[in-house]
Design a binder for this molecule. Structure first.
Ligand SMILES: [Zn+2]
Length: 82
């Protein structure tokens, strides 16, 4: 009898990002493009590596989903994967 694995939700990892301007904490499944409180625009994680490796990608396409991120992608003190 085949054992069934529990279905894993695609987006069960949560990105927690602190705004470096106003301190507002965001809880999202996709990197926030700007602060929901003060409107400060954010760059995507690994921005410079991404723009040099794939010049055809749109700016909005550079913001990663939580499932595509690992601890080494994060900026310590501003991001946490939960
Ligand atoms: Zn802010």
């Amino acid at each position: 009898m085949k054992e069934t694995e529990p279905k894993k939700l695609k987006q069960d990892k949560l990105i927690m990002k602190l705004c470096h301007k106003c301190g507002h904490c965001h809880e999202t499944h996709v990197e926030p493009e700007k602060c929901q409180k003060c409107g400060k625009a954010f760059l995507p994680l690994n921005y410079f590596a991404k723009i040099h490796s794939d010049k055809t990608q749109t700016f909005q396409g550079l913001f990663a989903e939580s499932e595509d991120l690992a601890e080494e992608d994060l900026i310590k003190g501003l991001y946490v994967l939960w």
